[in-house]
Design a protein around this ligand. Structure first.
Ligand code: PMV
Length: 318
């Protein structure tokens, strides 16, 4: 049997992180330049049931059953077996590689999960529908994030810009077109930050004083709707002020950091139309909105201003 390969992109949250946990809408886009890949190969000489995981990037080489019971890769494979009703697991190996930096809000864990789910299911003779893959990936997100909104698994699975809003029963998930391109310079502060911690701290503050935080979430929701309209009307470069407003609201939620604030200022001084932190905050990444012409100079300024790494991505969906 030939090797089965599946890839999934990184992602970036354009608007609405954190407020999305409180049922406000958010927009996320895939980052095609960054990909996670899972390659599944049959191991006909190994005993049935032996599933090997090789992830050299994180120095992991193990039988899946030797991993901790709550290890995301173990839980991912078990959920695929359960979903497909596999009684007798054939021997196989999964080789995982990824160009998505870990723990920096670019969806590396999610992309690995989605690639593994799809590659394993295909190897086992089945194709899972996108909504099913997303549902399974959401369960794994809980291990990473505690109380994830579901936006990460959604954008990575659908591999399109998505408008996402959690609901009482089902989330609203709308993929949408981006008729005019825009560029995002993603800059990594180099500071690792756990999304679960930022989400947890905000939750405590919100529980303590909901009237201070609910209006911030409402203002973010308003920004998200305006941003989507600008994108769909082909005016994405006009989103700059909305990004800065969203960043100010994230500062008020207490999820920014001096490094993120500094890089936002640097980006704007270098000619970006707008900039904001992206994802969990407290470190991790920020994004700057540019056109093709000024992307390079903004990226250079961000590196000179202390960014550990920058990535450029074009967002365009005909
Ligand atoms: O840190 P990231 O990029 O995975 O994003 C987390 C986004 C939050 O809104 C902060 C949490 C969530 O689950 O939506």
């Amino acid at each position: 049997m030939p090797a089965i390969t599946s890839s999934a992109p990184g992602k970036i949250i354009l608007f609405g992180e954190h407020a999305v946990v409180y049922n406000r809408p958010a927009i996320a886009v895939p980052v095609q330049k960054l990909q996670a890949r899972a390659v599944v190969i049959a191991e006909p000489l190994a005993p049935a049931g032996r599933v090997r995981i090789e992830a050299p990037d994180i120095h992991l080489s193990s039988d899946y059953e030797s991993l901790a019971p709550d290890h995301p890769l173990r839980v991912t494979l078990q959920s695929v077996f359960r979903e497909l009703g596999i009684q007798r697991i054939p021997a196989f190996s999964v080789r995982i590689s990824s160009t998505i930096p870990v723990a920096s809000g670019l969806g590396s864990g999610t992309a690995v999960t989605v690639a593994v789910i799809r590659a394993a299911a295909t190897f086992l003779g089945r194709t899972l529908a996108d909504d099913k893959v997303s549902e399974l990936a959401y369960e794994i997100e809980k291990i990473y994030h505690g109380t994830p909104s579901g936006i990460d698994n959604t954008v990575v699975v659908y591999n399109h810009p998505v408008f996402f809003q959690r609901g009482m029963a089902q989330p609203t998930i709308e993929t949408f077109r981006v008729p005019a391109p825009f560029w995002l310079v993603i800059a990594d502060t180099g500071i690792r930050s756990a999304t679960a911690q930022a989400v947890g701290e905000l939750r405590l503050k919100w529980q303590d004083n909901p009237t201070a935080y609910e209006p911030l979430f409402d203002q973010v929701a308003d920004i998200v709707l305006q941003a989507r309209e600008l994108i769909e009307r082909g005016r994405p470069l006009d989103m700059g002020p909305l990004m800065l407003e969203n960043h100010t609201l994230l500062q008020a939620m207490g999820v920014s950091s001096p490094e993120l604030d500094h890089l936002v200022e640097v980006a704007v001084a270098a000619g970006a139309f707008g900039a904001k932190l992206s994802g969990g905050g407290k470190g991790g990444n920020m994004i700057a909105l540019t056109d093709r012409e000024n992307a390079g100079q903004v990226a250079e300024a961000l590196l000179a201003g202390g960014a550990a790494q920058t990535y450029l991505t074009e967002v365009y969906e005909r």
